[in-house]
Design a protein around this ligand. Sequence first.
Ligand code: PLP
Length: 356
Amino acid sequence: MVQAMAEGKLSGAGKYGNQCQSLMAARYGFQKTLLTTSCSDALEMCAMLARLKEGDEVIMPSYTFVSTANAFVREGAKIVFADSLPGHPNIDPDAIESLINPKTRAVVVVHYGGVEPPMERISALCRTHGLLLIEDAAQSIHSRDKNGDWLGKKGDLAVVSFHDSKNLGCGEGGMLIINNPNYNHLAEILWEKGTNRYDFSKGKTDKYEWLEVGSSFLLADLNAAYLLAQLENAEEITRRRREAWDYYAAHLQRKEEYPIFNQQAVTDGDNHNAHIFFILLENKACRDILIQKFKEKQIIAVSHYLALHQSPYYTTHHGYKPLPNAEKFEDCLLRLPMYNDITRDEQDRVIEVLLA
Ligand SMILES: *Cc1c(COP(=O)(O)O)cnc(C)c1O
């Protein structure tokens, strides 16, 4: 960041942003990446790239962050919520299949805690029905699937978040990953305010013009400089998080009353990025009592998403239909403290409360 400031160019599409993008293309094998001001913005780019029409339907999980839904509602799509798997917050492919109809245009999956839903099934469904597949991989940087390949490469498009709350961050930031090269050119235009400035900066045209309805999605190069250092240390950061994650798992698996519900991650082997460590309690009352017990010990353990199908915005417009698994995760899921520099002592204090 000091270097960037000395060089004096702090706006987007600059030297450090380009370095971040090249590093990620080289390391993860992403076909094309564009850094954005946030993952929410990258999701909005996905919705714009999908060229949705009024009445088009987009299937997504209810148990997700509000940005996943906002992006598509803004483009006039009808969002259709699918339930979670019974044993994991990720979207259930059977639920997706039951919701596909002639109006369906796209499916958005979320990799909760850096763990994929069953992507082979979901990709096959999208292929069969000609649907765009978008991965909300906000939490999944430096996470691998069960075959050891990096997450974020199976959808036509994918998005990552570099918000402070994620494993790697730069305050506020995000990234669009384009796996289907058909979207490269339009994405470059939307990213640069709807102009062909991207081509202009590469010397491919001598002026740039307004071509599409775009916006300013570029990450400032000052943030990119911060992000670059994080990316360079991604392996070490992820290794430390995994050690912390495995430490919780080793100490809590024995206690039957608090089943570790990261089963999918556990059975997927050693590949996930340890973004979240969650446990699942019997019911909401048990979960909330435990939160209180933690609070008394000055430990912050928190629930997670309020399922979007029950939100005031959605029910006002579309009414309420139950999604029992999403509601269970809303009520019963508890995240244990997990951050890059959590210490063994801190973890022991958490474990002590749980096993008391
Ligand atoms: C964090 C997150 C987002 C939003 O990321 P921002 O960079 O804060 O916009 C979107 N979806 C999911 C699943 C997230 O976890």
